[in-house]
Ligand binder design. Structure first.
Ligand code: GAR
Length: 207
């Protein structure tokens, strides 16, 4: 069973989706630690409520971003984490951390990548650009931002009278569905990389 570490920065609704999936026996692993780069955020409360250990590692407590991110990696290792989820983490992970957990880090991004890669407000960007379909993507994290192999995507239509809030809400509902599913697929060893294509084994689990 995978030991999962989740990195968060804010509201933590995706973390909540993972917690709920775990409670329903649908995550394929156990969340053993939640790490936030900001103190006092709702995500930390959600973790505490679920009885999951939390750690806060803020940028100002370290001499550099690299030192902060290495402390994040050390904390993950100290908890025996073998699968990392970026669930609304608002920073680009230092390459050394990415290398340490190679092909074991998932990120959720609120667009159909490669559209609006690297954006911290991809929903607003999609609306402003005028696309008719957007959505969300779960991908494996590589050193290039939002460019790792795609595991799952979900499409969401953009309506003429959409606001950023309404569009974000509809995308979020899909995020909450595909993120736990992607975690389960990775945890159960059902992902196989072919170049940058991810092949998914959806055969039934052995009894
Ligand atoms: C989510 O919409 C997630 O896709 C987005 O931040 C939000 C976090 O919400 N992530 C990014 O934009 C990453 N570039 P949450 O804290 O409620 O899960």
């Amino acid at each position: 069973m995978s030991r999962i570490g989740v990195l968060v920065s804010g509201r933590g609704s995706n973390l909540q989706a993972l917690i709920d999936a775990q409670a329903a026996g649908q995550l394929g692993g156990r969340i053993v630690v939640v790490i936030s780069n900001h103190a006092g955020v709702l995500a930390l409360e959600r973790a505490a409520q679920a009885g999951i250990p939390t750690v806060v590692l803020e940028r100002q407590a370290f001499a550099s971003r690299q030192a902060q991110h290495l402390a994040i990696a050390e904390t993950l290792s100290a908890h025996g984490v073998d699968l990392v989820v970026l669930a609304g983490f608002d920073r680009i992970l230092h390459p050394e951390v990415v290398r340490r957990f190679q092909h074991r880090i998932l990120n959720i991004h609120p667009s159909l990548l490669p559209a609006f890669a690297g954006s911290l407000h991809a929903q607003a960007d999609a609306l402003a650009y005028g696309v008719k379909i957007t959505g969300c993507t779960v991908h494996l994290v590589t050193e290039e931002v939002d460019a790792g192999p795609i595991v799952l995507q979900a499409a969401v239509p953009v309506f003429d009278d959409d606001t950023v809030e309404r569009l974000s809400e509809r995308i979020l509902a899909e995020e909450h569905r595909i993120l736990p599913e992607a975690v389960r697929l990775l945890a159960e060893g059902r992902l196989r990389l072919e170049g940058r294509r991810v092949q998914i084994d959806r055969s039934a689990a052995p009894a």
